[in-house]
Design a protein around this ligand. Structure first.
Ligand SMILES: NC(=O)c1ccc[n+]([C@@H]2O[C@H](COP(=O)([O-])OP(=O)(O)OC[C@H]3O[C@@H](n4cnc5c(N)ncnc54)[C@H](OP(=O)(O)O)[C@@H]3O)[C@@H](O)[C@H]2O)c1
Length: 146
């Protein structure tokens, strides 16, 4: 069975992570989250990723742009095993509570502080220490080898 991956934040980092995940045989993208119907929203659709919004407040703009969305982040978390959080830095604390509530593992980017997860991952330094953890932060997108 494939690992079901949600991408919260489909911007500079999120769209690259999504493509890397989609290239794996043992993972699948269950959806990506955007706040606005900008060009990345159309790219996500073209690539076949289901689009979700952080909350229903974001629905109207997507409707006006005639871009279909599949639901909210909470709906997406119900389908996911893990979420890659690529939202802007400092949203981590709030989202961590939500991920915990829904029993979903999560990986954050370097925009968050080490203290958010207590574990900062670098594939060359502490790969095996990451195994089995519910939460991790990657040090930076340019130091993970991803
Ligand atoms: N860019 C880099 O080179 C770089 C390098 C190292 C680390 N990082 C870290 O990676 C993370 C993401 O950075 P980025 O450069 O990819 O940012 P970005 O291009 O601004 O993308 C952020 C994404 O998050 C979405 N978003 C904004 N507010 C949100 C919210 N409250 N809930 C859910 N989604 C929300 C945005 O949606 P909309 O586009 O629809 O507004 C966008 O898709 C940050 O922690 C950053 O510090 C970035």
């Amino acid at each position: 069975m494939k690992v079901k991956v949600a991408i919260n934040g489909y911007g500079t980092i999120g769209k690259r992570v999504a493509d890397a995940v989609a290239a794996q045989d043992d993972m699948e993208i269950v959806g990506v989250v955007k706040t606005r119907p900008s060009f990345e929203a159309r790219i996500a659709k073209e690539k076949g990723y289901d689009l979700y919004v952080p909350s229903n407040e974001n629905n109207e703009e997507f409707k006006k742009s005639k871009i279909d969305i599949s639901g909210t982040l909470v709906d997406l978390l119900e389908k996911a095993d893990i979420v890659i959080d690529a939202t802007p830095g400092d949203t981590g604390e709030e989202y961590k509570k939500l991920y915990e509530k829904h029993g979903v593992k999560a990986i954050w980017q370097g925009g968050e502080e080490h203290e958010l997860t207590g574990f900062s991952f670098n594939s060359e330094a502490n790969y095996s220490d990451a195994i089995g953890r519910d939460f991790a932060r990657v040090v930076s997108c340019n130091t993970t080898g991803s």
